[in-house]
Design a protein around this ligand. Structure first.
Ligand SMILES: [Zn+2]
Length: 196
């Protein structure tokens, strides 16, 4: 639905609308039991326009979902790219665009967070992971960055980096829980008539 006729708007606003609608896309998120979620994603060789476009589309897709992290394989792109924003709703957005991340250090201390995943909708379970991690990655400008993350950001980095290795948060649960949730999603996919 359009309430304003864009032709009557000043040029600069028209160009913003045009750029926004042209530049961003909400991508479909693949879900369990899609076998692509088990792929090991490949590093990107450089941060070019296509990688930046992927990052922008992933951010748009993540905010729309809404979620706090998204790995490229969740939008069916097997590249080592992820986006994260753990800012609370009332805070300013703090988007992180990450390529080729590596955990270079993790703490002995552990932390438990209730995790969920946009590829495993409406399922939440406690997962124990290292409390802090140091991550080295390339940002949206191709610069090498190193970040020491704790709390939710640490958990989010670990969850998303797992995705790049074909690992899901349910792999950190007991076999019984994992099989139960997998069965549920396999059945739901069959009812929808999916091929998997
Ligand atoms: Zn996930």
């Amino acid at each position: 639905m359009n309430v304003i006729d864009p032709v009557t708007l000043p040029d600069y606003i028209q160009s913003i609308i045009f750029r926004k609608s042209r530049a961003m896309a909400i991508l479909p998120i693949i879900e369990l039991p899609d076998p692509r979620l088990r792929l090991v994603s490949q590093p990107v060789s450089e941060i070019d326009a296509s990688v930046r476009k992927l990052m922008d589309d992933m951010l748009e897709t993540m905010y729309d979902a809404p979620g706090i992290g998204l790995a490229a394989i969740q939008v069916a792109v097997p590249k080592r790219v992820l986006v994260i924003d753990v800012a609370k709703e009332e805070e300013e957005p703090r988007p992180l665009c990450v390529a080729n991340p590596e955990i270079v250090w993790s703490s002995e201390e552990k932390n438990v967070y209730q995790e969920g995943c946009l590829s495993i909708p409406e399922y939440y379970e406690d997962v124990e992971r290292p409390e802090k991690v140091r991550v080295r990655y390339l940002d949206r400008d191709g610069k090498v960055k190193e970040i020491e993350a704790d709390g939710l950001l640490s958990t989010c980095f670990q969850h998303e980096i797992d995705h790049l290795n074909g690992v899901l948060f349910i792999d950190h649960l007991s076999r019984l829980k994992r099989e139960r949730v997998t069965k549920k999603f396999v059945k739901a996919a069959r009812l929808r008539g999916d091929d998997e």
